[in-house]
Write a protein that binds this ligand. Structure first.
Ligand code: NAD
Length: 248
């Protein structure tokens, strides 16, 4: 297997489980040194490759600073920031019933956490004039009503960060992109679905598509952060099997 991230150093937020864990396994199989930054310390990794861990709440400036400093002190640099941590707090909080604190919490993790990940990555990438930042949006930015409004709004904000930072950091040779998956079978999706996989599939997908696996999203992330994509920046890439076009 060609190792596409040989010599690279990656920090993955929310890498303890789900999409982030799949990416940590795949990136390390491709030769990257990986540090997972997560609030959860039980790591689900099946690669057999060594992956380091730092406890980090992405919505804390100090925690993000420490996580980036940790990866630099371990490996001397940071090439890839994969800002993947995210939450979807409530199943169906209508505008009339949502607790404003829930709205704020989703923004704290999904938006402020993405901003902090980028800020601390930029702190070490700008002086080197190289690096790439990959954000995590959602197909909710292309198809409305899929998720609660707080989550949808937060993922639009992440796309806004992507576009602006692409321009701002591009002058330093730093690429900034976002991947926006449709439904992926992860612990988050299982908690959100509230039913078994088969019933969930019927609810969210047309018959011809299978439920997406975290490993499939990790492959897309690998493509986006690898040097083969070095002319791709500012992109919000939908990973949705064309579902959103159909429902638009
Ligand atoms: P998940 O809940 O299975 O995993 C998320 C990880 O993020 C967990 O390990 C969790 O501990 C960590 N995390 C949560 N809050 C954190 C915080 N404050 N600081 C640090 N780590 C924190 O979720 P997933 O399905 O793998 O989702 C990963 C990303 O993909 C999220 O941004 C999510 O919004 C996005 N996404 C998921 C789907 C889906 O259907 N699963 C679809 C589109 C986008």
């Amino acid at each position: 297997m060609a190792k596409r991230l040989q010599g690279k150093v990656a920090l993955i937020t929310g890498g303890a489980r789900g999409i982030g864990a799949a990416a940590a396994s795949l990136f390390s199989q491709h030769g990257a040194k990986v540090l997972i930054a997560d609030i959860r310390s039980e790591i689900q990794s099946e690669s057999g490759q060594p992956v380091s861990f730092v406890e980090c709440d992405v919505s804390s400036d100090l925690d993000m600073l420490n996580a980036v400093d940790a990866v630099v002190s371990m490996h001397g640099k940071l090439d890839i920031m994969y800002s993947n941590a995210g939450i979807a707090e409530d199943r169906a909080p209508g505008i009339l019933s949502i607790d404003p604190q829930v709205f704020r919490k989703v923004f704290d993790v999904n938006v402020y956490g993405s901003f902090l990940a980028a800020k601390h990555a930029a702190r070490v990438m700008v002086p080197k004039c190289s690096g790439t930042i990959l954000f995590t949006g959602s197909a909710v930015t292309a198809s409305y009503g899929l998720a609660p409004h707080n989550y949808t709004a937060s993922k639009h904000a992440v796309v806004g960060l992507t576009k602006n930072l692409c321009v701002e950091l591009g002058q330093f040779g730093i690429r900034v992109n976002c991947i926006s998956p449709y439904v992926v079978m992860t612990p988050m999706a299982a908690e959100f679905a509230g039913c078994d996989e088969e019933a969930y599939k019927k609810r969210v997908l047309p018959d011809h598509l299978k439920l997406m696996r975290a490993e499939e999203v990790a492959e897309v992330a690998l493509n986006m952060v690898s040097d083969e994509s070095n002319y791709i920046s500012g992109l919000n890439l939908l990973v949705d099997g064309g579902v959103c076009l159909k429902s638009a």
